[in-house]
Design a protein around this ligand. Structure first.
Ligand code: AMP
Ligand code: GLY
Length: 422
């Protein structure tokens, strides 16, 4: 089987790492990929939303499956694009455009949850025309106030504000001042949920589903969960507090109604569902849906799948995921992300990375890296994720940190407190 993975981050390197092991694989391509994927697959210089070019490449190279890493191609409709006759034999792993709206519009996601009885925070949504109603609505809520840009805002579109006046001003800036561009033409105002976050991951062929290992990521740049939001600075799987009772509630109250909601609402969905949860007094609530795997969560979730991922994904084509046996490693996996100094604000690229070959007993997943003049250099904010196994998350983290210390590049930074709250 010939497989094309779209994307260039640690998530895509983790997909390549898992798929590369499969006996079903003939050729593996990653577009555009990074220095890590170049070592185990063939990188192809294609834009992830350039569907015409992806189609041409796929037909020429006899691609059987496309695994879509990031949300942008999904929201832009790559699944539907490949349904045209010439390419309909290609198994695109991802939801249809209609399904991708679950991530592309917070309001749609909230309405979907309401229609399908999925527990979530109470909310109301507003536009520029109803900005004054929005300000009055804020007055009826208790602080802190949660304001969410409806559209994709690169993970920056959620504001949590303690002061009422400041929340009202921000609402106005979002709706009228274009604070997040078109993404904030509509704003969802939500009840604040006070709890602890975790994520669950599900793969579905549209008929059947399998629950993947759960995970918790660390989004803030600073230790103790302080400072600006990032794409994610580290992750732990499984989540130690997610016991059988909680996961049972998650499956019954959230996963089952979500998957049956797809069918009821004629949403074609053959891909991954990433469900961001807030656990309040042992009760799970959905904060958000993403229509792809998380990054860096994938770097701890996929290494815990011992069975053949490519075989599982192949089963999507005929909706035969129910015939697959998922085998999960009982050990913990943790990852620590090494980032460029300055990230998530301005940072420099092109710094030579040393010490990768010194890493022992951990997996190095490349994120923002490339090869220049024969050397691996930084090429993004998040640079390398170091994943380790352990009998528990503490043991795994110890190994990740030992190996992170082997790596060097100018202005490298990482959080040394991943898992601190567990
Ligand atoms: P999102 O982009 O929807 O994942 O939101 C970003 C972050 O905001 C989440 O990871 C949570 O930490 C926080 N958040 C979002 N919605 C709520 C809520 N209703 N109550 C409390 N925190 C929230
Ligand atoms: N780590 C969070 C995300 O991938 O959205």
């Amino acid at each position: 089987m010939n497989v094309l993975i779209l994307g260039s981050g640690g998530r895509e390197h983790a997909f390549a790492h898992a798929i590369e092991k499969s006996e079903l694989l003939t050729q593996l391509y990653v577009a555009p990929g990074n220095a890590g994927t170049a070592a185990i697959a063939t990188n192809v210089d294609l834009g992830v939303t350039d569907f015409d070019a992806i189609k041409e490449f796929s037909l020429k190279n006899d691609i059987n499956m496309i695994v879509v890493g990031p949300e942008a191609p999904l929201v832009a409709g790559i699944y539907d694009y490949f349904q045209q006759e010439e390419t309909s034999h290609i198994n695109v792993i991802g939801p249809s455009k209609k399904g991708a709206v679950l991530e592309g519009s917070k309001e749609f996601a909230k309405e979907f949850m309401q229609r399908n009885g999925v527990p979530t925070a109470a909310y109301s949504s507003f536009t520029a025309q109803t900005v004054e109603d929005g300000k009055r609505f804020l007055e009826t809520l208790k602080a802190p106030y949660v304001l969410k840009a409806d559209g994709l805002a690169g993970g920056k579109g959620v504001l949590i504000i303690k002061d009422l006046k400041e929340a009202q001003d921000n609402l106005e800036e979002m709706l009228v001042g274009g604070k997040f561009g078109e993404a904030s033409n509509k704003v969802v105002i939500e009840e604040f949920l006070d709890g602890i976050e975790m994520s669950v991951f599900v793969m579905t062929d549209g008929e059947n589903y399998k629950i993947l290992p759960n995970a918790k990521d660390y989004k803030r740049i600073g230790e103790g969960d302080t400072g600006l939001n990032t794409g994610g600075m580290g992750a732990v799987s499984p989540v130690p507090f997610a016991d059988h009772i909680l996961m049972e509630k998650v499956e019954q109250r959230i996963i089952q109604p979500t998957i049956s909601g797809f069918k009821k609402e004629s949403i074609t969905y053959k891909g991954f569902v990433f469900i961001g949860l807030m656990i309040v007094n042992q009760e799970p609530y959905v904060i958000e849906y993403n229509v792809r795997m998380g990054d860096p969560e994938t770097e701890v979730v996929l290494p815990r799948i011992k069975s053949d991922l490519l075989r599982h994904l192949s089963a999507f084509a005929k909706a035969e995921l129910n015939k697959e046996q998922l085998e999960i490693d009982s050990r913990s996996a943790t990852t620590v992300m090494c980032v460029s100094g300055g990230y998530p604000e301005a940072y420099e690229k092109g710094k030579v990375i040393t010490g990768i070959n010194e890493v022992e007993d951990s997996i190095v997943f490349h994120a923002g890296t490339t090869v220049k003049d024969g050397a691996v250099v930084t090429n993004g904010g998040r640079v390398i994720a170091v994943t380790s196994y352990g009998e528990d998350f503490k043991q795994a983290l110890k190994k990740s940190y030992q190996n992170v210390k082997q790596l060097q590049f100018d202005k490298m930074y990482y959080r040394s407190d991943i898992g601190f709250d567990l």
